[in-house]
Design a protein around this ligand. Structure first.
Ligand code: ATP
Ligand code: ZN
Length: 633
């Protein structure tokens, strides 16, 4: 077969045999996953297993090329495998299920694979697979795309950065004060127009949810009072809308874009370090009110401020009419021309006032609709890079032997990397593991073998003592069940001590974090925490439990026990703005990282700072975060 002889030319006869004996796992059979499956087949891996929890949607068909109209509602993994049969020379095994379901996919199941490819679209699953790869020291090739951008990151456990070594952008929320008083980016104005103004004017039940909480993102009382007052004032505008009183549209414009801005300007504190907004000129408003041309404007060109105001007026008129006719709430939808034009022009007029560049209707549609189009070509490129890189990860290229894991390369689109502005892909060397990463560095790992009998006879107290003795931990320890961040035991919480492990719902797939709570006086030296995976033993065990051999080591924290700041940084590297979040732009929330629970005072440098150092050394920038709204797929 031509494919075979070509592969032999690339990797050599004996490495080709190895390739034929390797088993790979593809997680996700979506945009990247379909490409990965095709590529792994062309590479002739011996076995290819593919997992996806989902069924096929109409919207998948434009890029998930293994699926057809007739496949809609059928499981992605099995359809993908059926679709490739005619050019397949590997053993293919599809699974429909959530890769995080440890009943269907226990650690033992992951053990069979020589390499794992991620084709996922969410952080929780990526983190989980990353952890499994760390538990088993199985290489993982992580990847993602967003529009024309994408990245691949080979992860060699114990040697290179893991998925959790760097901070991931998940910001989807902004403080109320930024949205309502001090916008500085166009996204803030879009959020104001879409999430606040639109709801206030065109829905009936609009007790502003944002005003009910007390988390304003500011302590300035004058600012808070003004925000509350403004919400109240909007109900007067709502009356104009419901009365369908076109003659008073001028009032709406003056209130939103002149009077409210003048009131904000009176809160002097706000403008000490910021550029002051400039209320919209009355002249512009009046001109727009008298110019009812309704000219067609191109959604890809940037409209003048006069055109924005004019379109704003037209969209209010249409929406007024609809509200009167339909008598039900109007919902924002990116494909609903009136609602989109209202939001886009309101956002742009506000941007103009706050000296922020305006955007085209098309751009605002993408942002307000939270869409970055998934592009088949990007997925194909990224999956291609993943599979090609796997040859080096598995050390199958004689002419490019991998002597050390940090010889390997990651790849980013040029936009995501500052290495080069004039080429599409940059491929810097992998960085070593971040020494402060709670997943790859600041924890030891092992597998506890236990029998069913052991689970029902061993108490938490006995387990704690066994662990303490075996790994020579001090008196004060804590045990957390990391699957749900449940504290099972610590020095001032021993209520569960007497319970048997089954009573605590521990069993196959449970992951426990065992930590030293004591520290060594002023040095703050701690036993490195150990993360244990529970595996049901296949045969009988002496004492019903077998603890793994783990070389015990210490970690040192250089900060005072009372200073929790840096600990916070490392445990929750996600999103500082969550502290004062209030406006939700996208409810498709990512779950919090699992590694929240290290009760350890942390070192001087936070994970981010260290990573930043490593990145600087390697001249790598963070992968792109488009307007902070959209995740990489
Ligand atoms: N925990 C998980 N276990 C198994 N498969 C998962 C898990 N999380 C996500 N996936 C799968 O990963 C794939 C990601 O593919 P992709 O980014 O193309 O998303 P999609 O859902 O197909 O497309 P879109 O989100 O654009 O509609 C999806 O098919 C999704 O079902
Ligand atoms: Zn890490």
């Amino acid at each position: 077969m031509a494919r075979e002889s070509n592969l032999i030319k690339i990797v050599g006869k004996s490495n080709y045999e190895k390739l034929r004996s390797f088993k790979c796992l593809i997680v996700g059979a979506g945009g990247i996953g379909c490409e990965l499956l095709k590529d792994c087949i062309l590479m002739e891996f011996g076995e290819i297993h593919i997992v996806d929890l989902d069924t096929i949607d109409l919207s998948n068909l434009n890029r998930q090329f293994l699926f057809r109209q007739r496949d809609i509602k059928r499981p992605k993994s099995t359809v993908a495998v059926n679709a490739v049969q005619y050019f397949n020379n590997s053993k293919l095994v599809p699974y429909q299920g959530n890769v995080m379901d440890n009943a269907q996919f226990p650690l033992n199941w992951f053990k069979q694979f020589d390499i794992i490819f991620n084709g996922l679209d969410n952080l929780a699953a990526r983190r989980y697979v990353n952890k499994m790869s760390q538990f088993l020291s199985t290489p993982l090739i992580e990847s993602g795309t967003s529009g024309f951008d994408g990245y691949i990151q080979p992860i060699i456990p114990g040697k290179t950065e893991c998925f959790d070594c760097t901070k991931k952008e998940t910001q989807k929320t902004f403080p109320v004060c930024t949205i309502r008083s001090t916008p500085s980016q166009s996204i803030h104005c879009i959020a104001w127009a879409k999430n606040f103004l639109f709801g206030q004017l065109f829905t009936f039940d609009n007790d502003s949810e944002n005003d009910n909480g007390n988390d304003w993102g500011t302590d300035d009382q004058a600012e808070i009072e003004r925000i509350k007052q403004e919400t109240g004032e909007l109900s007067a505008l709502k009356n104009i809308i419901t009365a369908q009183d076109e003659s008073r549209i001028e009032q709406i414009l003056k209130k939103l874009f002149v009077d409210d801005i003048e009131k904000l300007l009176q809160i002097e504190n706000l403008w000490k370090t910021r550029t002051k907004p400039v209320p919209l000129s009355i002249l512009i408003i009046e001109k727009a009110l008298h110019n009812n041309s309704g000219a067609h404007l191109n959604e890809n060109s940037l409209w003048t401020i006069e055109e924005q105001v004019n379109k704003f007026i037209q969209s209010i008129k249409s929406l007024m009419l609809r509200l009167k006719k339909e008598k039900i709430d109007i919902e924002f939808h990116k494909d609903d021309k009136d609602t989109l034009e209202f939001v886009a022009t309101a956002a742009n007029i506000r941007s103009f006032i706050f000296n922020i560049p305006m955007k085209t209707l098309f751009d605002i549609k993408q942002i307000a609709g939270n869409i970055i189009p998934a592009i088949a070509t990007t997925n194909a490129i990224i999956a291609g890079l993943s599979t090609l890189t796997s040859l080096r990860v598995l050390n199958l290229l004689c002419y490019a032997a991998t002597k050390s894991a940090t010889d390997l390369n990651m790849a980013f689109t040029a936009k995501a990397s500052n290495l080069s502005q004039d080429r599409y892909i940059s491929n810097p060397k992998l960085a070593p593991s971040n020494p402060y990463c709670p997943v790859s560095s600041r924890v030891n790992r092992g597998i506890i073998q236990i029998t069913e009998m052991g689970l029902s006879t061993i108490s938490l107290y006995q387990l704690t003592n066994l662990l303490r003795e075996k790994y020579i931990f001090p008196e004060e320890v804590s045990i957390l069940d990391t699957s749900d961040n449940r504290l099972l035991y610590d020095f001032d919480f021993d209520d569960l001590e007497g319970k048997k492990l089954t009573d605590l719902s521990l069993g196959e797939g449970s992951v426990l974090l065992f930590s030293d709570e004591e520290g060594d006086g002023t040095d703050l030296k701690f036993k490195k925490p150990i993360e244990f995976y529970f595996e049901i033993a296949s045969g009988p065990l002496e004492n019903e439990i077998l603890l793994p051999q783990i070389e015990s080591s210490y970690i040192t924290a250089r900060r005072s026990l009372h200073d929790e700041t840096s600990e916070q940084d490392l445990r929750e590297p996600q999103d500082k703005s969550k502290e004062d979040q209030t406006i939700i732009l996208d409810e498709d929330e990512e779950t919090a990282p699992e590694n929240k629970r290290l009760k350890r005072p942390l070192p001087e440098e936070s994970a981010d700072e260290v990573t930043e150092e490593i990145r600087k050394k390697n001249k790598i920038s963070e992968p792109p975060a488009e307007d902070n709204v959209i995740e990489l797929d």
